[in-house]
Design a protein around this ligand. Sequence first.
Ligand code: CA2
Length: 146
Amino acid sequence: MRILVLNGPNLNLLGHRQPEIYGLESLDDIEVLVRNEADRLGVTVEWLQSNAEDALVDAIQSHRDWDGLIINAGAYTHTSIAIADAIAAVGVPAIEVHLSNVHAREEFRHHSYLSPVVWGQVVGFGYRGYVAALRLLHDRLREAAP
Ligand code: CA2
């Protein structure tokens, strides 16, 4: 099973600023935790971060034959029809992750263009949300095609 994990703009800054919102872990720390869980589950993970919307769209397109996608699109969550279209177009089952509880924050973070095209969201659990999303996607994909 191959799962792409995509991280959007500014997530490379994690661990350095606003730890009260996003936690103390860096994106590299989270990658290690996800890779450890992936090894346990026997899942191959590709891990990418980009600040550029087009690079995120390109990554989704070029992994069109992968089994699953975990995406924290950062602020593009709230703005990007292009990323939503790419997820819908490739048809790869996806889970949306947010470190913070976006629904408890500013109004503009309450809407996600991605939520209609993903299986579900994991929101507000910090780095644990990535690990949970990996387990959830793995379990549901195995259920769909054992
Ligand atoms: O909670 C999340 O995971 C978000 O996707 C993070 C985005 C934000 O725009 C979304 O509304 C919710 C922001 C990522 C920026 O990360 C930073 C990390 C450290 C310092 C500043 C920004």
